[in-house]
Design a protein around this ligand. Sequence first.
Ligand code: GRG
Length: 299
Amino acid sequence: MGSSVNFKDELRKRTDEIESILRSYLPEEKGFAITMAKAMNYSVTAGGKRLRPMLMQETYRLFGGTEKTVEPFMAAMEMIHTHSLVHDDLPALDNDDYRRGRATTHKVYGEAMGILSGVALLNYAYEVMLQAFSMTDQTERVIHALQVMAHKTGLYGMLGGQSVDVENDGKPMDKKMIDYIYENKTSALIEASMMTGAILAGASKEETALIEKVAKNVGLAFQIQDDILDVTSTEEELGKPIRSDEKNHKTTYVTLMGIEDASGQVRKLSEEAVLLLESLDRKNEFLNTLVHELVGRRK
Ligand code: GRG
């Protein structure tokens, strides 16, 4: 991917495309439950980097996917991710007032609607993914993708990781436990994104397993960078509060090994991810650059 100016243009183009796909799958704001539909759309349309659907779409392209089947999965992934953010911000969890550059859902719609609309987003994601059955003849791929999405977002993935995180809030943790938390609460969604892209495009079992490893590294690197940004960034740049790990007495890679070594880990994990991608006999230059650029991300 030539210069970083080119990369920025390409990134913008792809983000805009994802934005319009995502909006086409959002619920209509009508009927008696209109407030909940509004709360769901409020959190999803607040912005965000759209990294997970982007990784999904680029992995789909890497394996030669050309159909629209990936689109409901991209939208659903962003809904599931947004649900996790809405719930993470609730008073019972991080109790944050600010996310994606605006007031959190529970601050605007109240705590009960924050809870309800978060669950509704998770549920709606499955209604959206089921639409993929009418978009392709490759129904076994859709079933496999659904299995991966359900598995990686639940007890054996994102929610499992989050539960261990919450249970150990404020307690000292060793690296083994931190890695379990990061591999689940953060990597699992990134794994589901990239694996789903691969599966829907018809990647082999071996190729999908390699993509799972790539995504695990990307997810870990992404979360460690999140730890770093929490202490080095600003609220304006991040669109969410900084120093929140300190406020929540969290053990992180930064508290375990300091900023410099944590940055070294981010670089190492990302380089390994790119090397793994390059070992495939297929290429998506934008995907390689995207993974590489995540190392230096500022938000
Ligand atoms: C169901 C009660 C309940 C809670 C679920 C799973 C979960 C709560 C929370 C995990 C949420 C979380 C903060 C995970 C860390 C991953 C992370 C760094 C998220 C931020 O992702 P970005 O930076 O956000 O991609 P944007 O806003 O850009 O999409």
